[in-house]
Design a protein around this ligand. Sequence first.
Ligand code: SAM
Length: 176
Amino acid sequence: MNIEVLRIGQRVVRDDRVTTHVALVARAFGASKIYMNEINPEILDTLNKINDTWGGKFTIEFITKWKDVINSKKNISKIVHLTMYGENINEIESDIQKEENVLIVVGAEKVPREIYEQADYNVSIGNQPHSEISALAILLDRIQKGKQFEKKFSNSKRDIIPSKNGKNVIENKKMD
Ligand code: SAM
């Protein structure tokens, strides 16, 4: 499954830390790309450094109009909108697991009505309000059934060997 994430930010005061964490979760939990409209070059810098050290090809694209992203993806991907008002993840996860390409939409504050209408799936991770970071992490885990944690991140400088007690890290010679 190819997974991309669209983060729609509408905060008056930008919340860069949350946005960065949404991007980090997207990368670490198996998405290939994030589109975001809260443009802060530092977020790009942070993610580029993470890619450089820990590998993989995760990309960020800054956008100005979320509608353009949805319109360009509508025919190739299923639009999965995370909202506390949606269908329960427990009911819908097996359908989403069968999809080939998905674009996951997460909000910041109030999400425009049109997103609910454009979505192929409006999905709730429980019907209580929490956060886009936790909602995204749980959705990514459910739809990939944990397989994302078996994925190798290519061309990394460092790899972690899971260890019972302590840190075991190998340093690689990186090919540029
Ligand atoms: N009341 C807001 C709303 O209109 O959905 C909650 C905003 S919340 C701070 C930001 C984002 O987190 C939401 O747009 C949604 O993508 C995600 N989110 C929060 N709680 C969720 C839940 N229970 N299920 C799915 N997504 C959730």
